[in-house]
Ligand binder design. Structure first.
Ligand SMILES: *[C@@H]1O[C@H](CO)[C@@H](O)[C@H](O)[C@H]1NC(C)=O
Ligand SMILES: *[C@@H]1O[C@H](CO)[C@@H](O)[C@H](O)[C@H]1NC(C)=O
Ligand SMILES: [Zn+2]
Length: 580
């Protein structure tokens, strides 16, 4: 995954009070259905007449950022209670360090220029990783159905007893971003050492995202050891090329699962993604419920060559430069579409964060009561962007970056071919077509001015005396936004209640946005309820992202253990939930 900081970070909050499993249960006293009944009641109390105010359904719950109470599964099994206690022991901690460190030691790098599986030998490292998992998690490999999809895609199915319940899918990817040889020396500990220094496990993949893969497997292995029998089928789906677009891994796994479960055949998906962040003196858990779209646009200018001693007034490079200047002179608008999860995050800040800016709050109230007119500047979005800088701005704006240029071959020859690539991440509310038509309108006058034919997204990749534009094959529309209402028993409500059960109810759970893309892009037809969420949290280490994709990637062991706890409660809570 490509990660970005979702919020400006300020001070870390108090660590949550630790309680024993039994005490948590006693203090909670509810069975899950009762707790969810309480959620409904709470919702009724907080927004009693939402429909009378003329707000559409769902807006009311978003506007007030209703928090789900901590959600505990019922204690119906002593062994599960023992499992929970065991997760908190030094023995489990030590064993967990060894397991995760061992995973980091296997350099499962995926390179941009990799060939197909079976042809490119570099994929073979994945065999070693699969063997490692088999040796480390024997019960999962003996008790569950294990399938290999496109050789290295790992699929584990734990069949539930109730066929009528839609399965839960837990995802992660096996591959890691390569470590360039030139950066190896810059690492405090060698990138594939899996070194443990008393607090952190170091290495490529330590936090993106072998930690999530190992945490999921540790959880399931413990459940199997405890003799647990789920009602709801649980599927673990691990791709192996997420960092190079996921086509071979998730692309095949998602198709395989779609054949098996069909459209909307899955209850919910949790994959890597956003985690915890402190903003406005408040700790937030920010599961990614939206994902920006993506497109690279290739632009080619073809003009007649000739000798440099008798040049035309403008060469292809000059013409391209003019176009690039026009592209950069105008940015896409910064705005918050109603369905942008960032709006939910601001609402949560306004409702729960002690130092949420007053001006932002005022603009937020204005924003939610008036229907947005696209022609007018969105003052709320602009103010949020001003305060949060580029990382926040681009959660509310389609980005454009001219990243690659080539053209000209010889100093005494006019360039016949000049090419640039412009990268875009598409804002919620925009589409790939928004980008294509914008570029077309910019290129039109340039083409006319220089008497060139314009081939804008008409299938022509390049032609003589013309400007041509076409999109990359991995063009991706904005992801469908996951429902985040908590007025009924939704997967989001379960996720939020689980998070507050594990870490304490001082944590505010808020909808979040991803600027990067994850393997979930292939899973959209399977469920509306997709969460890109790293549920590990260590309050003493507010560096949540752990240097992903760069030197000194690492993970705090407490963060990792938090993840195991979270998956333990989440799996149980999802098993009890009567989803509507
Ligand atoms: C865990 O590991 C530490 C350091 O290696 C060791 O001192 C401790 O005894 C171990 N604890 C258990 C319960 O294995
Ligand atoms: C423009 O290009 C066309 C063919 O590509 C050519 O016939 C025409 O003479 C050109 N016009 C000018 C003004 O250069
Ligand atoms: Zn990742």
């Amino acid at each position: 995954m490509e990660k970005n900081k979702l919020l400006p970070v300020s001070v870390a909050d108090q660590p949550p009070k630790s309680q024993s499993y039994a005490r948590r249960i006693l203090s909670a006293t509810f069975f899950v259905c009762l707790t969810l009944y309480a959620i409904k009641q709470l919702f009724r109390e907080v927004v009693p007449h939402s429909h009378h105010r003329g707000l559409p359904d769902g807006v009311a719950s978003k506007a007030s950022c209703v928090q789900v109470p901590p959600l505990y599964p019922p204690v119906n099994d002593v062994k599960i209670g023992e499992m929970w206690e065991y997760i908190q022991t030094p023995a489990f901690r030590n064993a967990s360090i060894v397991r995760h460190s061992g995973a980091v030691k296997i350099p499962t790098e995926s390179f941009d220029n990799m060939g197909e599986v079976g042809e490119d030998k570099r994929w073979d490292i994945m065999y070693q990783f699969a063997d490692y998992l088999e040796a480390t998690f024997p019960r999962m490999h003996s008790d569950l159905k294990v399938e290999k999809v496109n050789t290295h895609g790992l699929l584990y199915t734990w069949q539930g007893s109730d066929e009528s319940l839609k399965p839960l899918i837990l995802m992660a990817h096996q591959d890691v971003v390569p470590v360039p040889a030139s950066t190896v020396d810059a690492w405090t500990h060698p990138p594939f050492s899996g070194h443990y220094d008393g607090k952190f496990i170091w290495g490529r993949g330590a936090s993106d995202c072998k930690n999530q893969l190992i945490a999921v497997m540790e959880t399931i292995e413990l459940f199997l050891a405890a003799g647990y029998e789920p009602k709801r089928t649980i599927v673990m789906s691990f791709g192996f090329d997420e960092e190079i677009s996921g086509r071979r891994g998730a692309g095949h796994l998602a198709g395989f699962l779609h054949d098996r479960h069909g459209n909307n055949g899955v209850a919910a998906i949790v994959d890597e993604g956003a985690g915890f962040s402190t903003a406005w003196d408040q700790v937030f858990a920010i599961p990614g419920v939206g994902e920006k779209g993506y497109t690279d646009v290739y632009i080619t200018v073809r003009m007649n060559g000739g000798h440099s001693s008798i040049p035309t007034d403008h060469t292809g490079i000059g013409v391209m430069s003019e176009l690039v200047t026009m592209i950069e002179a105008e940015q896409y608008p910064t705005y918050l579409a109603d369905e942008n999860p960032m709006l939910g995050l601001l609402e949560c800040g306004a409702s729960h964060a002690p130092t949420f800016p007053k001006k932002l709050k005022k603009l937020l109230r204005k924003h939610s009561t008036k229907s947005q007119c696209k022609a007018k500047p969105d003052e709320l979005a602009l103010e949020a962007a001003k305060l949060g800088g580029r990382p926040v701005k681009y959660l509310m704006q389609t980005s454009q970056a001219v990243d690659v240029i080539e053209g000209g071959v010889k100093v005494n020859a006019l360039p016949e071919r000049t090419m640039v690539t412009v990268n875009h991440r598409i804002n919620i509310g925009d589409t790939a077509e928004t980008v294509f038509s914008h570029l077309t309108s910019l290129a039109k006058p340039v083409a006319e001015k220089y008497n060139l034919t314009l081939h804008a997204f008409d299938g022509t990749k390049e032609a003589a005396s013309s400007i041509s534009m076409y999109p990359s094959e991995n063009t991706l529309e904005v992801a469908p936004v996951t429902p985040t209402n908590v007025d009924t028993i939704t997967p989001y409500a379960i996720l939020a209640g689980t998070t507050r059960a594990v870490y304490g109810d001082h944590i505010i759970v808020s909808p979040g946005m991803m600027t990067g893309n994850t393997d979930t892009r292939y899973y959209w037809p399977l469920t509306k309820h997709i969460f890109r969420y790293g549920p590990g949290y260590d309050p003493t280490w507010d560096k949540g992202l752990g240097n992903v994709h760069t030197v000194d990637e690492r993970i705090s062991v407490d963060n990792h253990l938090g993840m195991v706890k979270w998956f333990t409660l989440f799996v149980r809570n999802m098993d009890e939930a009567q989803l509507e």
